[in-house]
Design a binder for this molecule. Structure first.
Ligand SMILES: Cc1cc2nc3c(=O)[nH]c(=O)nc-3n(C[C@H](O)[C@H](O)[C@H](O)COP(=O)(O)OP(=O)(O)OC[C@H]3O[C@@H](n4cnc5c(N)ncnc54)[C@H](O)[C@@H]3O)c2cc1C
Length: 625
């Protein structure tokens, strides 16, 4: 019988990262997926990144993952969001060519050594003595493995709704997966139901773009990946999106369909994403709003489909059609495919550990939508962590986890495990309490060392980072010491409309002023006295780091101090076998939650809702004993 070290179930965003990581780390990997041609398919909007999601893509890239590279290769519009705000919330976003994204994902997976793609559906997982042993496929094939990473997306018992019509399916045109959920439930896992939705697709040739507001990409687009050669980027011609709005007349038509809405008629059991509501949800929840913004996003360069972002719906098809025709610019639009909602099984994520290994079955990992998240980037980040840990477990190496102070991926997994979720979880910058430190511009400085140690980042790249790190640290010292005389300083200050100075001042102090940038100040510095300034001027990335650290010095220091304090609590470990049931002095709720979640550390325990500070003090005493 065939055997793999690691079997990955599902070739979506989580599965791709899990499979590539485990294979690159030296494991033999079988990636089982129902349809080879659907690898990395963008189920909903053809877009990667965005607020907080862009941060995740940069982190995945710094750890050696594939998403950033694939997005760079196939992006048809790149923008950095929130550029007028502080660097903590700058976020890369790209409009992707849907077909090319999937093709490129497939190419990357296929070109990975140690990785075999098997086109078959996994319908059962096999365990022996609470350890994973293998899988059984829909074709009746049994395959052994030492670790199993399940990345099944929206496919477990998937049910799609448009109006009163419900069709079995995990995604438009694709069958659901039946059997696998039951196999996990038999092992003792608890499952739940969630739902998500997608808007209609329109024929580009039937839209009047001339009356709509155009939204072009950035003039100087930035790639996600550090491995993308800047001189070749962007790889594809760049396009614009367009903006339009619903109005009261559109809402009135949509309301006519509420009687036949599966959402309002209670036909959908699954809980939907609060932060990404359907258009019918928006009309009800924000009844005082007379309009909602819609983005018309092309699905590809060689594709006539337009994705109507903001109009996700499961209302009847005729109602969707009638309402769309009342939207400015869409009067003659042909709806090629109606919007729909999909319900699917998930496994509440308190059942996994910070490594994404399940607590019940050793060697079994869950990642992506199956853990209750929604979004390609959230899935990919988890897939990477699960794949890495599956490989480390087999190789009997130390497990890999990230803290909340290190990465958005750390925040994501800590939230999932500690708070679990009963609605689709998506990442926001507001979820990260240390977001000033967790910027997308410094993802490499935070995480690349791990990617390198794990064997996912090449040595030359890591060496380059270390060299830059030296330049940054020397420059930090110099900008604190080097002073500009009024003549020189005022040339830079005037250029940026900043008040002049009369006495010489350090670069550091001057750069803290709003609008004043480091490049202008360095240009005024005597390079024969400060040769390092020349090197810094030539390294855009290093200069950006020095500038951000100067401008936000106070805030960054405060957050870094807090992270150090917090990490002290993270270092007080709790054994997984710790018996909370006998701790009578801890509150009943605290005891139940601690027993259910089995936190790894006092830090993690203290973030569980229902576990009070006094519970933590008692726990500390017990641990000491
Ligand atoms: C209709 C719809 C609307 C969505 N709307 C949004 C949205 O608005 N915002 C948002 O952030 N996200 C949305 N999503 C979710 C987004 O697509 C997912 O979060 C993301 O794709 C999850 O990645 P994944 O790797 O977990 O699974 P997926 O990308 O779903 O990939 C799973 C893959 O695994 C395969 N597979 C599953 N089970 C098995 C099995 N047992 N054996 C073999 N192969 C298997 C499937 O065929 C598929 O190729 C939507 C998804 C759908 C379907």
């Amino acid at each position: 019988m065939k055997e793999f070290d690691v079997i990955v179930v599902g070739g979506g965003h989580a599965g791709i990262e899990a499979a590539i990581a485990a294979a690159k780390m030296g494991c033999s990997v079988g990636l089982f997926t129902t349809d080879k041609n659907a690898m990395g398919r963008l189920s909903c909007n053809p877009c990667i990144g965005g607020s907080a999601k862009g941060h995740l893509v940069h982190e995945i890239d710094a750890l050696g993952g594939a998403m950033g590279l694939i997005a760079d290769k196939t992006g048809i519009q790149f923008r950095t969001l929130n550029k007028s705000k502080g660097p903590a919330v700058w976020a890369g976003r790209c409009q992707s060519d849907r077909k090319l994204y999937s093709q490129e994902a497939s190419r990357v997976v296929q070109s990975t050594t140690n990785l075999e793609i098997v086109e078959d559906t996994v319908v059962e997982a096999i365990q022996e003595n609470n350890e994973i042993a293998g899988i059984i496929t829909g074709k009746g094939v049994e395959v052994k493995c030492k670790a199993l990473v399940v990345c099944s997306g929206t496919f477990l018992n998937g049910l799609m709704h448009t109006g009163m019509t419900a069709t079995k399916g995990g995604r438009y045109g694709e069958q659901p997966v039946v059997g696998l959920s039951a196999s996990f439930e038999k092992m003792g896992f608890v499952s739940g139901r969630l739902k998500t939705g997608t808007p209609p697709r329109l024929d580009k040739n039937t839209i009047d773009f001339s009356v709509l507001e155009e939204q072009p990409g950035d003039d100087f687009p930035e790639p996600f990946s550090l491995r993308t050669p800047k001189e070749l980027f962007p790889f594809l011609p760049q396009i614009s999106c367009h903006i339009t709005f619903t109005d009261k007349a559109v809402h009135n038509v949509l309301e006519k369909g509420f009687d036949n809405s599966p959402l309002f008629r209670g036909l959908i059991d699954g809980v939907g994403p609060r932060y990404c509501p359907s258009i019918e949800d928006k009309i009800v929840r924000f009844a005082d709003k007379n309009q909602h913004q819609l983005f018309l996003e092309p699905e590809g360069l060689d594709d006539d489909l337009i994705y109507l972002n903001g109009f996700s719906t499961s209302l009847p098809e005729d109602i969707q059609n009638e309402a769309i025709k009342l939207v400015k610019g869409l009067e003659n639009a042909v709806m090629v495919r109606p919007g729909y909602a999909v319900e699917y099984d998930y496994f509440p994520p308190y059942q996994v550990d910070l490594t994404l290994e399940t607590k019940l079955i050793s060697g079994l990992y869950f990642s992506g939508q199956i853990n209750g998240t929604s979004g390609y980037e959230e899935a990919a980040g988890q897939g990477l962590v699960a794949g890495i840990n599956a490989a480390l477990k087999i190789q009997k190496r130390k497990e890999f986890t990230l803290t909340r102070g290190e990465a958005y991926i750390g925040v994501l997994i800590d939230d999932l495990v500690g708070k679990s979720t009963d609605e689709p979880y998506r990442m926001f910058t507001s979820r990260a309490e240390h977001r000033l430190v967790l910027r997308q511009d410094n993802a490499d400085r935070r995480l690349m060392k791990y990617g390198y140690e794990l064997g996912l980042i090449p040595k030359e790249m890591y060496d380059e980072l270390k060299e830059r790190e030296t330049l940054i640290s020397l420059s930090n010292k110099i900008v604190g010491e080097a002073r500009l005389k009024p003549d020189a300083a005022n040339r830079a200050l005037e250029k940026n409309n900043s008040p002049k100075i009369e006495q010489s001042e350090t670069i550091n102090k001057l750069c803290k002023r709003p609008n004043v940038n480091l490049r202008d100040l360095l240009n005024q510095l005597d390079k024969s006295k400060y040769p390092l300034a020349e090197a810094l001027l030539k390294d855009e990335k290093a200069m950006q780091q020095v500038e951000i650290e100067m401008k936000y010095e106070g805030y960054i220091k405060r957050q870094s101090d807090l992270i150090i304090k917090m990490e002290k609590l993270e270092n007080v470990q709790i054994p997984l076998s710790f018996n909370y049931k006998d701790l009578n002095t801890i509150s009943m709720e605290g005891r139940e939650k601690l027993h259910r979640i089995k936190p790894r550390s006092i830090g993690q325990a203290s973030r569980i809702s229902g576990v009070s500070p006094s519970d933590i003090s008692i726990l500390l005493v017990y641990l000491k004993n």
